[in-house]
Design a protein around this ligand. Structure first.
Ligand SMILES: [Cu+2]
Length: 297
């Protein structure tokens, strides 16, 4: 927008945000009963340190973003931000690419590797791209619903024996068969997810949490919040009109996002868990799948 309008609306001048992510193979621990160490391919913010999910990338609406991806792995990869970037081409082994774009409207987006028939994404190549309002306010979008604190939940699934073990040892996966036995929230099994301060909804009565849900997996995730209902603000980037629909469970299809507003209004400790019983498990062990805690003081 012209500078005079930007001044009128109090927006900061667009800044430039530079990121570099490094793709490599590695291993990832899933702790607790049923846990394991799984072969992964991931994005990391340091060379040789892939994480599941990849680092959350946070920018402000209108920023000039330069996202460099370095492929330190032995096969082709890419990085596509759904609804934002359009270059699907491969970065060859040893190569790199800088994606340059203007940060879109405020919201929650999925980034992932779209190559190799979902294998690259299943192996761990995904993460959250978060756009905040240009004025820096704690609102879901400019002039939108306000919140006290925010959380990002990247949920996913892995089929260790048929996919990760095979891909990790250089074999060819039969992608027609996918039976995941690990279900993760922010790369964690539920026993860790229930204690991770970046995952739990931990606050005071009267607080409001914006929860950004990103489903990077291959199955829908149905997330059930105990304590009280939440308001659905967006589904896959589409904003709903106010008054917002109130639900206690939200279904988030694969490769989509949802933003919900949770009002902390009843003191106590409550679970948030997947409503699909298998997705609450790590290799069959309950409750080491998609789960965290709601702690209201
Ligand atoms: Cu429940």
């Amino acid at each position: 927008m012209p500078w005079c309008l930007a001044a009128l609306f109090g927006q900061a001048e667009a800044t430039t945000q530079d990121f570099t992510l490094y793709i490599s193979s590695g291993t990832w621990p899933i702790n607790g009963a049923g846990g394991t160490i799984v072969d992964i391919w991931g994005y990391g913010d340091r060379a040789g340190s892939p994480t599941v999910p990849g680092p959350a990338l946070t920018v402000y609406e209108g920023d000039n973003v330069n996202l460099t991806v370095v492929n330190n792995h032995s096969i082709d990869h890419n990085l596509v931000i759904q609804g934002v970037s359009t270059d699907l081409s491969a970065i060859p082994p040893g190569g790199s690419k800088t994606y340059s774009f203007t940060a879109p409207t405020a919201g929650t987006y999925l980034y992932s590797d779209t190559l190799n028939n979902s294998v690259n994404r299943e192996m761990g190549l995904y993460g959250a791209f978060i756009v905040r309002p240009a004025d820096g306010s704690n609102r879901a979008w400019t002039g939108g619903p306000a919140y006290t604190f925010e959380r990002t939940w990247v949920v996913s699934d892995m089929d260790k024996s048929r996919w990760n073990d095979v891909a990790g040892s250089g074999g060819t996966i039969d992608t027609a068969v996918y039976k995941p036995n690990y279900f993760l929230i922010n790369g964690l099994g539920g026993f860790d997810g229930m204690m991770d301060p970046a995952t739990t909804l931990d606050g005071m009565v009267g607080d409001t949490a914006l929860v950004r849900i990103v489903n990077a997996g291959q199955y829908s995730q149905s997330l059930h919040f105990h304590a009280n209902h939440f308001e659905v603000l967006t589904s896959n980037g589409v904003r709903w009109p106010s008054p917002y629909q109130q639900l206690d469970t939200i279904n988030v299809p694969p490769m989509t996002t949802a933003d919900v507003l949770f009002h902390l209004n009843q003191p106590g400790h409550y679970p948030m868990h997947s409503h699909t019983s298998q997705m609450e498990t790590a290799n069959g062990i309950y409750l080491n799948g998609v789960a965290t805690m709601i702690m209201i003081h």
